[in-house]
Ligand binder design. Sequence first.
Ligand SMILES: Cc1cc2nc3c(=O)[nH]c(=O)nc-3n(C[C@H](O)[C@H](O)[C@H](O)COP(=O)(O)OP(=O)(O)OC[C@H]3O[C@@H](n4cnc5c(N)ncnc54)[C@H](O)[C@@H]3O)c2cc1C
Length: 340
Amino acid sequence: MVFSLVIIGAGPAGISMAVEAVNVGVLPEKILILEKAPEHSYTIKKYYPDQKKVTANYKGFKSVCTGVLCLADSSKHETISYLDQAVGTHNLTLHYNETVHQIAREQEDGTFTVRTSGGEYETKLVVIAIGIFGRPNKPEYPLPGALSKKILFDVTSTEIKNSSVLVVGGGDSASEYCQYLYQLGNTMHLSYRKNDFSRMNDINKESIMAMAMRGEVKLLLNSTITAIKDVNGVLEVRFNEEVYGVQTFDYIVYALGGSTPENFLKLLGIEFEGTQPIVKPGYETSVPGMFLVGDLSAGTKGGSINWAFNSTNTAIKRICENYLRSDSQVAKPSLSTTLL
Ligand SMILES: Cc1cc2nc3c(=O)[nH]c(=O)nc-3n(C[C@H](O)[C@H](O)[C@H](O)COP(=O)(O)OP(=O)(O)OC[C@H]3O[C@@H](n4cnc5c(N)ncnc54)[C@H](O)[C@@H]3O)c2cc1C
């Protein structure tokens, strides 16, 4: 069978893309979502602290929704169950634990062949929705391999309690990690290379400043880490600034964001300008019929959940204009929509 749409990645953007397609009449059985993790919305499950407040206006994006899905301020649990419901009510098909190796256009009619660790699928259109957290950003200095269990890039994979923790970063995640880890009885320090948290939203900025005032977190502003050493199993952090000197911690948690998976996208034939993929209106790439949505369409600033939802509504409009045909004989044209 040839799918109408194969979507790579089952986060907010991938799920929303399928919902938008069903909404314009593409049959759910003609849509396939391939996810490399064992469950959907893996970024949210892995990187969000459990008690996190999920804000609709994340990174200053207005919480305006243009498509079918829309997120109000919620908890982590509510956000995941909203996405669960979207999958269930639209009868979406997801294949988990499938990593895409290759997407090739080998047939004369332009059909794509998507090859994964679990099989081979033919499709008219491909939407890439793999986000930017497949490989979180890492510092430039080397990290001691022997202490890799104490150097983390999220706060859910290891339980950190009653320890001395250094969070590194200056965005919303850095503030949220400090708030979360403090509640677990940890002694918190936050290292940021600037002297002002201009990238944080107001709530997170106020929270971290209030924590600092109460002595719940020690702020190491204008600080630059030059090296991390393994000293008899303890993490020794060397700062460039004399005032911070050399300090030891039980754990370091990096909150440095993620970046575009450049190699993977280039392998698919997508052209780049600098570090960013070239996208045409509707987030179509330089490969006709191949789209990028969600965080991948948001540029260097990164996106939000509602941004991801909205990007798929923009993409489906382009798909409708250029790739869909509906049968005008049928009273409900959306139900008879087929891909050209
Ligand atoms: C700590 C943190 C806090 C945040 N807080 C908020 C908030 O409060 N409000 C808000 O709106 N936004 C928040 N965001 C941002 C929001 O999570 C992202 O903008 C959103 O998840 C982007 O959705 P996406 O579907 O594009 O990518 P992702 O959510 O990253 O989903 C990508 C999916 O693709 C899968 N995948 C990756 N590579 C492959 C591959 N090769 N093959 C198959 N599948 C693959 C992943 O496993 C994942 O399930 C936060 C982000 C972080 C990290």
